[in-house]
Design a protein around this ligand. Sequence first.
Ligand code: NI
Length: 159
Amino acid sequence: MAIRTIREIGDPVLNKVSKEVKEITPRVKELIGDMFETMYEANGVGLAAPQVGILKRIVVIDTTGEDPLLLINPKLIEADGEQKGNEGCLSVPGKVGIVTRPNHVKVSAQNENFETVEIEGDELLARAICHELEHLDGHLYVEKVEGELMDVEAEEEED
Ligand code: NI
């Protein structure tokens, strides 16, 4: 596995629509491993393949540090409730902004064995799923920020 370079806002790859994954090839497996490693190294809770420059519909999420979640070709099938809170993105370093999201979502996706699974999430997981799915269609959360995009507090940036 290897750490990949995280593309930042302004890089045109972040605004492109990613393609469906048709099968789990050794390259796809390697990409998934690299995405988890890259996300953990950057202390992120989610990462989508276009953020490392690969236009494939693959997302990795871990909101607790102990619950790695892989979503291949994810589709949102249910969304309800509402939450309003701060959101950030590894492709928009040092910034946060307030975004309203559903408080509960259900997605259908393929897992590492290319089996179709349904995953449900509440609160932070629901937020992360919505955020990462939008990356696959070329959208960044900054398009949805209510008010100003803010700088992360300096003390939060330490370590
Ligand atoms: Ni992001």
